[in-house]
Design a protein around this ligand. Structure first.
Ligand SMILES: Nc1ncnc2c1ncn2[C@@H]1O[C@H](COP(=O)(O)OP(=O)(O)OP(=O)(O)O)[C@@H](O)[C@H]1O
Length: 335
């Protein structure tokens, strides 16, 4: 029933490639996925698991090996490219870098499904372009050539072009690749805001696990081997899907912090008692130094972290003996 109200859904979709005349290479499937208006969905997974293949298939650039895709109530395979272009706008990793194209002209290209290739813009087209420029905050770049923009600025302009296309679904393949941390945060925040304010569905692939956990309404988590777990970010953390998807020797997903720890085998375990940032960063330092900080009754070592900022104290207890340290470095050296 839910599928009938979805903007896009897949049934028994298998994605992959033709590998020779009578052979196929299936990358993932069968997949039963749904996208709804106003949702920001982040597609995560290790290198080579099939994220780009899935995005290309959903966008109609590549045929499914099996199963079907329904877009706005119609079978995708029955739609012509021009019809798909009014429903889906696609932003690929490789930015269009053309020295001769100015920013306004590039954003205007988003109107091609309506204006035709001659590019004659009507008042409606111009209004859509102006709205896209405003929504993405790209006013300041308008007079510039694309080549003169930074990667972050260029990515925003590509998003503006997609917004100008005014489709109910925007798909972006690794939009944060090549961006510095503030630009990644800014872009993810902008995408989240656009999904809410414009009621568009936004589907993007990314390797930004922590940002995706913060902004996504849904996560599609692919594993090598073709499985895909879909759900709320928190659900996928709690049910062990993240550990499964990124399972590699020595890498452990910590459900308590939502991050991956570099796990060192064979060292001691320690109870960390304390609250807030001081206890959090003490645990980080201990894990980096090869300790496990899981609370357990049998642990011989316990550290109590108390105080604030410049008055922090680490009281280490071992076999009824205790010592107090005034710096994290001193405490770690004592272990
Ligand atoms: N044109 C192709 N023909 C055959 N196999 C391909 C083709 N393109 C990609 N593949 C293979 O399909 C699998 C999925 O590739 P895909 O690019 O979708 O992964 P991805 O999850 O996007 O990876 P990354 O995170 O590294 O970008 C990989 O094993 C890849 O080698």
């Amino acid at each position: 029933m839910a599928a009938q109200t979805s903007l896009l859904y897949t049934s028994g979709l298998t994605i992959g490639y033709q590998a020779g005349k009578n052979k196929v290479k299936a990358v993932a499937g069968p997949l039963n996925l749904e996208l709804h208006a106003g949702q920001l969905v982040c597609l995560l997974g290790p290198n080579g698991c099939g994220k780009s293949t899935l995005l290309r298939t959903i966008s109609g650039l590549q045929h499914p090996l099996n199963g079907g895709i329904t877009l706005d109530g119609k079978e995708l395979k029955k739609l012509k490219p021009a019809q798909i272009a009014r429903k889906i706008s696609l932003v690929l990793t490789d930015n269009i870098r053309s020295g001769n194209l100015d920013v306004y002209s590039l954003i205007s290209l988003g109107r091609y499904p309506y204006s035709g290739w001659l590019g004659i813009l009507t008042e409606k087209d111009k209004t859509a372009i102006d709205q896209a420029i405003k929504a993405t905050g790209t006013e300041a770049f308008l007079g510039r050539k694309i080549d003169s923009l930074s990667d972050g600025e260029c990515q925003k302009v590509m998003l503006a072009r997609a917004m100008a296309q005014d489709t109910p679904l925007i798909i972006l393949d690794e939009p944060t690749a090549h961006l510095d941390l503030p630009s990644r945060i800014q872009l993810m925040r902008l995408l989240h805001q656009l999904a809410k304010e414009t009621n568009k569905a936004i589907l993007l692939s990314t390797h930004e696990l922590d940002l995706a956990l913060q902004v996504a309404d849904q996560i599609w988590l692919m594993s090598n081997g073709g499985q895909l777990a879909a759900g709320l970010p928190e659900e996928l953390v709690l049910n062990g899907s993240f550990q499964h998807a990124f399972d590699k020797d020595g890498i452990a997903f910590d459900a308590a912090t939502g991050t991956f720890n570099i796990h060192y085998e064979g060292k001691r375990s320690i109870n960390v008692i304390g609250e807030g940032a001081a206890a959090f960063w003490t645990k980080k330092a201990l894990v980096r130094n090869g300790f496990s900080t899981t609370q357990a009754e049998g642990n011989v070592l316990t550290v109590f972290v108390t105080g604030k900022e410049s008055d922090l104290l680490w009281k280490l207890e071992e076999n009824n003996k205790s010592s107090t340290y005034t710096s994290l470095r001193e405490f770690l050296n004592a272990l």
